[in-house]
Write a protein that binds this ligand. Sequence first.
Ligand SMILES: Cc1cc2nc3c(=O)[nH]c(=O)nc-3n(C[C@H](O)[C@H](O)[C@H](O)COP(=O)(O)OP(=O)(O)OC[C@H]3O[C@@H](n4cnc5c(N)ncnc54)[C@H](O)[C@@H]3O)c2cc1C
Ligand code: FES
Length: 353
Amino acid sequence: MSLKTYFLQVKEVVQETADSVTIYFWHPLSEQIKYKAGQFITIIVPAGEGGKKVRRSYSMSTSPHSDTAIGVTVKRVEGGLVSNYLNDNVKIGDFLEVLEPLGNFFLEPDADATRHIVLFAAGSGITPMMSIAKSVLKMELNSRVTLIYGNRSEDSIIFKQKLEELEAQYGKRLGVHHLLSNSSDLWVGHKGRISQGIAIRLLKEADTDFDKDNFYLCGPVGMMEDIIAALGIYNVSKERIHKENFHTVMVEGETEETDDSLQTQTVKVKYNGDEYEFEVKPHQTILEAALDLNIDLPYSCQAGMCTACMGTCTEGKVKMDEEDGLTEKELKRGVMLTCVAHPITKGVVIEID
Ligand SMILES: Cc1cc2nc3c(=O)[nH]c(=O)nc-3n(C[C@H](O)[C@H](O)[C@H](O)COP(=O)(O)OP(=O)(O)OC[C@H]3O[C@@H](n4cnc5c(N)ncnc54)[C@H](O)[C@@H]3O)c2cc1C
Ligand code: FES
């Protein structure tokens, strides 16, 4: 899958909290970049060792329906290459290399709809929710939005003021419930993490119709699992639960684990008329092993979401950390995503179109 690359000029940089910035880009002169509320772009910057280019995905926090610029909000990750690079270096007028918007986590507003959209976010997981909330509030005059947003402390809440402004603008059509896990004594709002119990209580307070409403989740895996379990109690169907993983393996406070059953295997990848044979170690995905050897395979999100790294396993077997990005039909045909796949047998051969 070949993706369109843009060089976007930075229009504005806004410090949101001590450890997060929003970077606004001008659209290119030649075209208006199209995206859906909830989707992400991939930014490529020379943040690696010796200026090596590294790419990471960032969801738009702007709305395609109410914002003229495209904006992403980046929160620092301790020791993280790209999040710190973007927070420290980007200034107005810079050009950044960006891959076209992608992602299956989106909401397309419907002006005729009358519905209740429920958004759960934690930390930087607010970014796609901001885009979705602004889009629904602007485009669906009969719909309402509830946002349940977890953070550590008052000063780590990204978009606190913007959310207050939206509440003032849209009145009862927007309900924002903040939860803080480490609040000061002055905090009068909800305390603690978003757990099953709190999720159910807040959903009931927000007059949620569990038979009808749609739920959007973005935050640590543990939080999303808790919310899905809570929704399961009310038999909410899978189709009405939409989730975005910013990081496939990490949960706040957890470390990355290697599956003990994996062994170093040699795989063969056929791409663009070339054949590459290389070793994949147990802690690596097939894409990571290729990139370490400077083998230029296609990819974008590196999280099993966008399918930019899709290939077909024609011999041997692979195992994926995350299968949500593919349909059951594709999985049966041997379609796989190199960014989340590990070889589990000898003689794995992958063909990439
Ligand atoms: C579809 C998608 C959309 C995303 N949207 C946003 C967004 O809008 N805003 C945003 O700030 N980030 C977003 N991310 C996360 C972003 O892509 C990067 O993963 C993040 O900025 C860390 O990159 P890094 O290069 O700084 O850290 P790395 O150098 O990749 O990692 C450094 C260390 O931090 C750990 N780590 C990596 N990512 C995280 C994380 N998210 N939380 C905790 N630990 C982590 C790694 O395991 C490693 O130990 C998104 C990710 C995806 C897949
Ligand atoms: S790079 Fe996006 S799914 Fe693999």
